[in-house]
Design a protein around this ligand. Structure first.
Ligand code: B3K
Ligand code: ZN
Length: 862
């Protein structure tokens, strides 16, 4: 891949300029060929600024010809660089015809047009269209597209692109020509083309205004039955968006194509979504409850983009959260309505407290609207997406659900068909709700995780309660000075024996603020930041009793789970401080857990969460310098102690929960999750191997089989090797299940993991060119195997660095994602710091480092 100093330029948000030209229409023609696809692009170009040359983006293209208004332009009239084509003297309005040649087969970066497993596929967001043809490849150039696809019908019977099919013919040589027309103007990043052979799952949807929409799901041959859940989920998403936000689908056809070679989850191309098949295909035998949940949420996410992203898009890539934060918020609301709302919220909070807080504390810290970028693909982050969604959620909390919906309606109506900014969004919210959001806007420009300190004072004689809140945001790698934010703090008072409750919303806008409640009894406990009402860290001096009281009595399941997590984090911090691993467990927590295990009427999904210890990453985020070994040792010891202390109720609860034929329903998901939480502890007891073997042999579904395997592995049972080997044999031909097997091998907490990974690299389904396979092995190793990844001898870090170095020339987006855990080397002790730094320095010295990796590694070391 050619790199040049020019393409490593840092782009700044404030440097935005309207494009000197725009393109109103583009007619594309693809003559598909694995090594030499010919792309002809005919564009209607309009000048917008006088005296400017036309500079088009283009990367890795072989230029065959340029014509203006039907006349060939000679080579001396244009200049080409590694990433552009500039035409100096052009009219104010003209037709530009450009012919280029590309090689989809050699495109292992999976950006632009690529060929993988006999399927041609595109990925254009963020800047992939420039790898297909020369264009104004920026989101504020909206054009009406037609695409003609020409290919061998026997190999590629389905030729798909955006919009509606307007022509379809086959000639005597079996060459097929299909033409698509998309009536909606769109930016180039939403263009898509797919050509291949598939099974088609067809369905339809009647919109609220009575229009019939064809739904077409294209999957691998033989996989049609595994597509049923996704298509039902799509229909639920379409109905939900009508009911919740009055948003209706706008084309006559909605296509989803599932491919196995894909850099991320899915892509919302207009009318033609492309999905990683992992997020489409599911059945009981091969997919877990979590897979089903993710499929519904991602199907929803991409569908919701049709309004928030496609009809109204981003002016420039710094505004990415405009569509992503908002659409994640929408998919979370959808999931909360389709599945358990408590669990959906808990999962979102976990992502924030682990990955997002870690990103804020890392060299890659950035606001949800970044200020400067080298490689845009590096900014599809948990900050832009998940913190972005939390910012939207805070808006809904501050404005109320109805005013928020009115604001969204005004935004979409005002800006339909435009490319706009985050400021435009907030302005619409402000105008619709009549609330001043000027301070709230700081959430878009300020990075870092605010710390909230909460204290209370009660005057019994006057029955007056004074709450004091203080906020502080520490400097981040990208930004030294921080301002006070508008933080909505939801609270709940819990009172005495009667279990009385009172909820309030406090608007914290100053650095320190007092909130006074008169004529009130003294609460036994206060739930601060209920439902995680803002993406902040909370510092409150809770007593153990208060935490357990909240865990037992708060009205909100999220608050109850949170209290348990805080209870364990506090206990672990205290033991870490005293260097005391073997202290007895407090009786009160055992009693509470016993109660939870013996309440048959309780919400099983929530109970499973209340019984969980915090994970390594959540705990790690609470320390400036992460005490890796101590956290791991304490966590394991606690798990063993809990298993022994609760052995009987755990087994009773496990046995009480019926095993029924698999169904993906909220109730059954809850039952399985509680049962498997019990098994996770029971596996630590001496005679548990039979229980695990029994669950594996009886299970009619992947959720239970995998949970049993993980329980056995994490408790380090000797017979785990035999269990995983028969699992691997059984599923040796199924790539999606083998991904689970790869991840299992990679999360082996013992030194055996290295031999295990080596062995899996030889598996017939493993391929360095397939991101799903690489992630299954190495993201699992670096993100979910802290014992071996953070080994003191640095062997774990070296393995990851070797993989990153190998992947970078093949697929820079993947190498730059994989490197993440090494970037935060400053958070570790000096021995680990040195080992991690050595790896980063070695990578920085690679002769052809991609922009993606360069941006991250240089920020981390610099
Ligand atoms: N918009 C795409 C992500 C594109 C990532 C480009 N590196 C999927 C989504 O968020 O819906
Ligand atoms: Zn998205």
């Amino acid at each position: 891949m050619p790199t040049s100093v020019a393409t490593r330029t840092v782009k700044h948000r404030t440097d935005y300029k309207t494009p000197a030209f725009t393109i109103s229409h583009v007619d594309l023609c693809f003559e598909l060929d694995a090594k030499a696809t010919i792309v002809t692009s005919v564009m209607q170009v309009l000048r917008q600024t006088a005296n400017q040359p036309l500079r088009l983006d283009g990367v890795m293209l072989t230029l065959l010809s340029v014509e203006i208004d039907g006349k060939e332009v000679s080579a001396d009239k244009w200049q080409q660089t590694t990433d552009s084509l500039t035409l100096n003297q052009v009219p104010d309005q003209f037709e530009l015809r450009i012919v280029t040649q590309i090689s989809p087969q050699d495109n292992t970066a999976l950006e632009g047009l690529y060929l993988a497993e006999n399927t041609f596929c595109t990925q254009c967001e963020a800047e992939g269209f420039r790898r297909i043809t020369y264009f104004l490849d920026r989101p504020d150039v909206l054009a009406v597209y037609s695409s003609t696809i020409i290919a061998d019908n026997s190999r590629y019977p389905y030729l798909l692109s955006n919009g509606n099919k307007v022509a379809d013919s086959i000639n005597d040589q079996g060459i097929r020509t299909v033409k698509w027309q998309d009536p909606f103007p769109k930016p180039s990043y939403l263009f898509a083309l797919v050509a291949g052979d598939f099974d088609l799952v067809a369905d339809s949807f009647i919109t609220q205004s009575g229009r019939n929409v064809s739904l077409e799901l294209y999957v691998d041959k033989g996989a049609a039955a595994r597509g049923d859940f996704a298509i039902q989920a799509l229909k639920r998403a379409m109905r939900w968006d009508e009911q919740r936000f009055n948003l209706e689908y706008d084309l006559d056809v909605y296509m989803v194509v599932a491919v196995d070679f894909f850099n991320m989850g899915a892509m919302e191309n207009k009318g033609l979504n492309v999905f990683n098949s992992k997020y489409v295909l599911a059945d009981a035998a091969t997919a877990t409850d979590k897979d089903f949940f993710n499929i519904e949420s991602i199907i929803g996410h991409e569908y919701f983009h049709n309004w928030t992203g496609n009809r109204v898009t981003c002016r420039d890539w710094f505004q990415l959260s405009l569509k992503e934060g908002l659409t994640v918020f929408r998919d979370q609301e959808f999931s909360a309505d389709m599945a358990s709302d408590t669990l959906t919220r808990i999962e979102a909070i976990k992502v924030m407290r682990t990955a997002q807080f870690a990103e804020d504390a890392s060299p890659m810290a950035h606001p949800i609207r970044p200020e400067h970028v080298v490689e845009m693909n590096n900014f599809y982050t948990v900050t832009v997406y998940d913190k972005g969604a939390e910012v939207i959620r805070m808006l809904q909390t501050i404005l109320g659900k109805d005013a928020f919906a009115a604001g969204l309606a005004l935004y979409l109506q005002r800006h339909d068909g435009q490319a706009v900014t985050c400021d435009d969004f907030i302005q619409a919210m402000q105008d619709a709700a009549g609330v001043d959001l000027s301070q709230f806007r700081l959430w878009y420009s300020q990075s870092g995780t605010p710390e909230l300190t909460a204290t209370q004072q009660y005057d019994a004689s006057t029955k007056k309660l004074t709450l004091t809140l203080t906020q502080h945001t520490a400097a981040t790698a990208d930004q030294a000075i921080k301002q006070d934010l508008h933080i909505p703090v939801a609270i709940e008072f819990l009172f005495g024996q009667q279990h009385a409750k009172q909820q309030h919303l406090l608007d914290l806008t100053a650095n320190q603020q007092q909130f006074i409640f008169n004529n009130i009894a003294q609460p036994d406990a206060i739930v601060w930041l209920a439902h995680f009402s803002a993406p902040v860290k909370l510092k409150v001096d809770y007593t153990d009793t208060q935490l357990l009281q909240i865990a037992a009595k708060a009205s909100d399941g999220v608050a109850r789970w949170d209290a348990m997590q805080q209870f364990w984090a506090k206990l672990i911090a205290a033991r870490l401080q005293d260097n005391n691993v073997k202290q007895a467990l407090p009786t009160a927590v055992i009693q509470l857990m016993q109660q939870l295990l013996t309440q048959p009427q309780a919400d099983a999904a929530l109970t499973a969460e209340l019984l969980a210890l915090p994970d390594f990453d959540t705990l790690a985020e609470q320390y400036q310098q992460i005490p890796v070994q101590q956290i791991l040792t304490l966590l394991r010891q606690l798990k063993i102690d809990l298993a022994h202390a609760l052995a009987e109720p755990l087994l009773q609860c496990y046995n009480r929960l019926a095993v029924t034929p698999y169904q993906y329903t909220e109730q059954d998901v809850a039952t399985r999750s509680l049962r498997n939480r019990c098994l996770h502890y029971l596996a630590e007891l001496a005679d548990s191997t039979a229980l695990i073997a029994q669950q594996i042999s009886q299970a009619d579904n992947m959720t239970d089989s995998l949970a049993a395997l993980i329980a056995s592995q994490q408790a380090q049972h000797v017979d785990f090797a035999a269990l995983i080997s028969s699992f691997a044999t059984k599923w040796q031909d199924d790539a999606h299940v083998m991904d689970k097997c790869f991840s299992l091998v990679a999360t082996d907490p013992t030194e055996q993991v290295f031999a295990g990974i080596d062995n899996m690299l030889q598996h017939k389904l493993f391929s360095w060119k397939n991101p799903n396979r690489v992630r299954a092995l190495f993201s699992a190793f670096s993100m979910r195997n802290p014992e071996q990844f953070h080994r003191l001898d640095g062997k774990g870090y070296q393995l990851l660095a070797d993989v990153v170095a190998k992947m970078d020339p093949l697929n820079p987006q993947i190498s730059a994602r994989l490197i993440t855990p090494l970037l935060s080397w400053r958070r570790f002790d000096s021995v680990r710091q040195q080992a991690m730094q050595n790896c980063l320095t070695r990578l920085l010295e690679l002769p052809k480092l991609s922009n993606d990796l360069y941006e991250k590694v240089s920020k981390s070391i610099g």
